[in-house]
Design a protein around this ligand. Sequence first.
Ligand code: ADP
Ligand code: MG
Length: 727
Amino acid sequence: MKSLRTIALKEAQTRISPEVKSPSAKISDFFGLNVFDKRKMRDFLSKEVYEKLTIAIDQGELIGQEEANQIATAMKSWAMSKGATHYTHWFQPLTGTTAEKHDAFFEPSSDGAIEKFSGAALVQQEPDASSFPNGGIRNTFEARGYTAWDPSSPAFIMENKAGKTLCIPTVFVSYTGEALDYKAPLLKALAALDKAAVDVCQYFDKGITKVNASLGIEQEYFLVDESLFNARPDLVLTGRALFGHMSAKGQQLEDHYFGSIPDRVFTFMVDFENEALKLGIPLKTRHNEVAPSQFECAPIYEEINLAIDHNQLLMDLMEKVARRHHFRVLLHEKPYAGINGSGKHNNWSMITNTGKNLLAPGKTPKNNLMFLTFFVNTIKAVHEHADLLRASIASVSNDHRLGANEAPPAIISIFLGQQLNEVLDEIEHSRISKKIKEDNALWLGIPKIPQILLDNTDRNRTSPFAFTGNKFELRAVGSSANSSAPMTVLNAIVAEQLTKFKVEVDKLIKKGDKKDIALLTVIKKYIKESKNIRFEGNGYSQEWEDEANLRGLSNIKTTPKALDAYVSEKTTALFTATNIFSKRELHARHEIMLENYYKKLQIEARVMGEVANTSIIPAAIAYQNTLIENVKGLKELGLNDEAVAVPLGIVNKLSEHLGQVKSNIDSMLEERKATNKIDDTREKSIAYDEKVKSYFETIRYHVDKLEQIVDDSVWPLPKFRELLFLK
Ligand code: ADP
Ligand code: MG
């Protein structure tokens, strides 16, 4: 019988890409075709309702019942004109994927049937939500969850071969109003940031009434042929290769990065980009990444809530479209040990209703004081809550990546670039003397900030949080993560910080300081207080770990302990003051993240045991048997010991590694049984990390040794060279 691997290899070599036809040669012709955007709203709504909806979108005003009915009717007409038969609330539960529950517009009536969609159905749905993670918030006897319309993210149509569905972005909350998703807290954090930032903007420009956070998400991913993927139970069930010796050629020649994109991959990219563009996702960039078979795509930045919805939608689309091309997309942070993993860089800034980017250095000293205000407050916020930011990017899969010499370490630090560092140093050491105060000669105290920052082009890639010209880039987010988790934290901590800043500045003004002097005085103080977190050197180096330790920065390497920051007193105070999470919600979320952590390790441990016991060990024994036959034959021929030494040596080696694999799998199973009995989720997660996961490396080591010894034609799992280099 042919092995699955052999069949898969054959299939992978004879792929023909499906034909991909772009809707038009010009992207602008079909961009947003499937989105109920402002232009379509204007066409389908009365003037009054359109205006009300615009205010709701831009300023978060509530929408009345009557307007909701009219909007629902308009949405239905538009969706039906595009061929949609069903609608669904589209939400982001804490499972990490998106969720949908479809209902038909169709309703039977006395004289046949009609298509209906009411305002009530638009505004709220009650999915049977008892099986979504809730961290103990929902008792099963009140298992109701509600999805509620988020008008700030436009409805869109998902196309499927068999039908089209109108999707309405929503938040997902429990019967008692607690958040069960990623979006609800994000929206609250954005409201907190808006308020705090607008208040601070008033020092500079009374015309600023709204501040939006903006986000551009770079998405890295791997592609693998479908048949090869299916021949690897570990990839199918855990998203990463639990076994596999590194291919002789990996990424050492650095020949993949920005290389020409293989045809089959290019066709796939164009296909999913077309789908994404029709959904209004402004994809702009595509290229090869560092590791073989690794790629990246990035859209132009958008308002943050929309950017995150779009990223979630994009991940979905990529997976769906990949199937048409007999590919699988691996969004896991570390599918293959030994080569780079994948991240999701979050480029973040704040932009006002007047179109000003608050993190862009200005031309005039006054503008620079405004820039410095937001710049330094962001640094200070990250300094204050570095542990929480670290927790917000923690996951079982991202643990493989952080600090693994390819991604920022688990130490949060900030890179500013030489010029801005000098500016901050200069302010820190400047004296705001009595004379400066009296002469109002403040501008002598503020160093000039160059418009074009040198480090903008030559950036330090090893920093987890880097200033890149007119935005900060959080690079530690994992490729499979929902960016809402870290972005809720980032926006919340900056909101809290700006609020504190305003209190301090106002105090000084009250005492008689001129406004600009007061602003600079507090900025100067913050620069000093947050200095420890600034680091310009190589973040991957051991020296940095040592230095960070001396500086007192934390370096928590594994998820279960990193997550403690979610329930600390400091975090609770932050989130309750900004009205983003209640204490109960925080504890529920903490519980869910821990559960997610150990359950994923539990699955990995099981898959490891199963694959080793039922595929690897039998293959090695089969090969050993042929060697034993060989030894017997040689001896029958009367050959001496020297002649049988080679096969006999291999037989012995095989026995040695087989023994190690088996005994470690068995011990791991025993540990798992013991660990499963632990009730406390945090303790259980730590035990899974320290007592179960600790076997993975040893087991893998011996399996990978076997891979290098066993006859290639009987080895059951597609090898790294096959997974990584076949196109
Ligand atoms: P790279 O980091 O690969 O060099 P770019 O500098 O081109 O990439 O930008 C990465 C992302 O940052 C893009 O999505 C881009 O739209 C986004 N970006 C640019 N300016 C801003 C901004 N002011 N706020 C948020 N994101 C931004
Ligand atoms: Mg980047």
